[in-house]
Design a protein around this ligand. Sequence first.
Ligand SMILES: *[C@@H]1O[C@H](CO)[C@@H](O)[C@H](O)[C@H]1NC(C)=O
Length: 336
Amino acid sequence: MVSLNLKTSLLFVASALGALVSAVPNPGTVTGNIAVHDPTLCRDGSGKYWLFSTGPGIEIRTSTDRIAWTLVGAVFPNGAATWTNEYTGKNNGDLWAPDCYYQNGELLLYYAASSFGSQKSAIFLAKSSSGNPGTWSNLGLVTATTPSNDYNAIDANLVIDNGQWYLSLGSFWTGIKMININSSTGKPSSSSLTSLARRTAAGGAIEASTIYKNGNFFYLFTSWDKCCSGTSSTYNIRVGRSSSVNGPYVDKSGVALTSGGGTLVLGSHDAVWFHNLCRFFAVLTALRTSQIIGPGGQDVYTDADGPILVYHHYTSSGSSLGINRLDFSSGWPVVV
Ligand SMILES: *[C@@H]1O[C@H](CO)[C@@H](O)[C@H](O)[C@H]1NC(C)=O
């Protein structure tokens, strides 16, 4: 009885401490195979969830409830995407940061092929009416960069405004760009390039753009700092807004995103000392895993319960899918 009360008290104190050190909500519950990078989420006509993410041939996961996820295979299984090899530098290399869009009974998917630190990069387009592994048609190259460009053609995101299609893209160098897309081909409709955001610090570390319209504003989400480094990742999700899809975007303090602006939406949270304290009091196992490191590679999707933020982060057990609702009622997105 005494020990039960002690345990209950400890849990209570730990929860209170947890609430103090973690003003930021943890990811919502997700189960199954959730070891993803750079996820993008869509629902098809039947309401089924599709989640695509970085991996050889692009990983496909499905869910019926947005909680339990099943890895069903690859968009291009067994190295079938041979046209990407010249950009990845290998056979069946990782294809990066896909972006999906569902319309007229078809899933469209933009994705990138590159290698770390290289501007020899390309964004490609694929489509499928079922979404299943191996059913995807290659619609070919959308846009590419070489080391003579001052930006990098990866991390595509489709945004549609009044029937006009746009693709934002970019990683490091001079930052995030936007191109105009022909809605019937999914390919560029002009050679114009608009600059949307640029880091002035941290070696220009900005990527993973996602543009989402809410109310009278377009919100440009980006990931800052270092991705993909396990619990050493420093990725964090930033935002700015504009009344026009192609900018100018400013952050909450009025700093232009092209001048290094960007308001924090979600960064690493749950302090290491709290994590270690929980580890010390082995009784608090359930709370130990709540350390969220390097959230980023995000997508924003309108689901039945409103806007949701879909991202990856690291815990002590590896990379993981994060899903939270976003509250825009203040005019700026807040993770809930
Ligand atoms: C879009 O592509 C279609 C098919 O190639 C073409 O007929 C149409 O003129 C293009 N529209 C624009 C605005 O470029």
